[in-house]
Design a protein around this ligand. Structure first.
Ligand SMILES: NC(=O)c1ccc[n+]([C@@H]2O[C@H](COP(=O)([O-])OP(=O)(O)OC[C@H]3O[C@@H](n4cnc5c(N)ncnc54)[C@H](OP(=O)(O)O)[C@@H]3O)[C@@H](O)[C@H]2O)c1
Length: 328
């Protein structure tokens, strides 16, 4: 089988395709023939050596995908060869086959979803679910401000926010991509490169501001969000695609009675609060079956163009997800 290998850290051009044997399942493992794997911003950071999780070299990148069960171990009773599944793995998804241990989360791929859609579901859905439900307790009628809404975790939050009954204001840096975000459910879109999103949010809320801010962008977008937040708002710190952490003024946090909530979706379900993880096992398949957070796929690449898939993310061209599709 072919895999994408990272054997030295650097920009996307370090990635190469190599041959490896198809893995055999141990008694508790499931081997999946991968149909597609999605590219996430953390993959870029992992390959450049800047991510908090640093796998030992050489490694196969990619943290989510979808495919067909190829073989199961003697003790596996929940999956059978031929089942279509969505999976998470840390890392290893950019491969024609993956071996999944019991702790790697798999769930059924809805019948009417493509492998590409399934591949792009898990990271966005887990992050949005943990943020909006476990951390910020979003409820119907809340005004939810989602930054970087054309990106993977941003778009999932727009879609889940609408499902929960929130009024969603989505920001991003490109009008064309924001038009897609609007079609996919956002009530309002604001281009934060050409307009003052603080004034826009105030204008849309009679001066009150947003009840919840979901921010995967960081930098001055998070800093300015304090001014776009309502009294008592919850600020979800999700990521830093703009390049670095933000400085939040503690006097502003105090005066506005804000709650600043860090989000570590993967870490929380895997290690800190496995009981919250069990919630996803029930809820994510239910939401997927309802079509909630069904990914929008704007770019598809064959495996040997994996570097191009990384570049469209870096160049801010993606709406929803870019995926790598396996030939087999
Ligand atoms: N906390 C958690 O548990 C968790 C889980 C998953 C991911 N994350 C983090 O969430 C962030 C987003 O991940 P993602 O996979 O959704 O990324 P993505 O699909 O690339 O989306 C990120 C968005 O950030 C915006 N952006 C602003 N400045 C940018 C810049 N300088 N370069 C690239 N994009 C920029 C882009 O929108 P515009 O061009 O429209 O501005 C882009 O759509 C990452 O920092 C990731 O590490 C956190």
């Amino acid at each position: 089988m072919r895999v994408v290998l990272c054997d030295r850290l650097g920009d996307p051009s370090v990635l190469k395709i190599v041959e490896r044997p198809i893995p055999e399942p141990g008694p508790h493992d499931t081997v999946v023939r991968v149909g597609a794997a999605a590219v996430n911003f953390p993959d870029i950071l992992t390959v450049s050596g800047e991510y908090q999780h640093k796998p030992e070299l050489p490694f196969v990148p990619g943290i989510e995908g979808a495919g067909t069960v190829h073989a199961v171990g003697t003790e596996v009773v929940t999956r059978r060869p031929g089942d279509r599944v969505i999976f998470g793995i840390r890392p290893g998804a950019f491969s024609e086959y993956v071996k999944l241990a019991p702790h790697n989360m798999t769930m059924p791929l809805p019948d009417d979803w493509s492998f590409a859609e399934g591949a792009g579901f898990r990271v966005g859905a887990v992050t949005a679910y943990h943020s909006l439900i476990h951390r910020a307790h979003v409820k119907a009628g809340d005004v939810l401000l989602v930054h970087g809404a054309s990106g993977g975790v941003g778009l999932a939050a727009v879609q889940l926010g609408k499902h929960l009954g929130a009024r969603v204001i989505a920001t991003g840096g490109d009008d064309e991509r924001l038009a897609v975000v609007r079609q996919l459910g956002a009530d309002h879109v604001v281009n934060y490169r050409t307009a003052d999103f603080v004034a826009a949010v105030k204008g849309l809320t009679e001066g009150r501001g947003a009840d919840v801010v979901y921010d995967p962008v960081g930098g001055d977008v998070l800093e300015r969000s304090v001014r776009a937040a309502a009294y008592g708002a919850r600020l979800l710190v999700v990521g830093f695609t703009s390049g670095g952490p933000s400085k939040l003024m503690s006097n502003h946090i105090l005066i506005k009675g804000l709650s600043v909530l860090g989000v570590r979706a993967g870490e929380t379900i895997a290690r800190v609060s496995p009981e919250l993880g069990r919630d996803y096992v029930e809820e994510l398949p239910r939401l997927a079956a309802l079509g909630v957070m069904r990914p929008h796929i704007s770019h598809r690449f064959p495996m040997d163009q994996v570097a191009d898939a990384f570049r469209v993310l870096l160049d801010r061209k993606v709406v929803g997800k870019a995926v790598i599709e396996m030939a087999g």
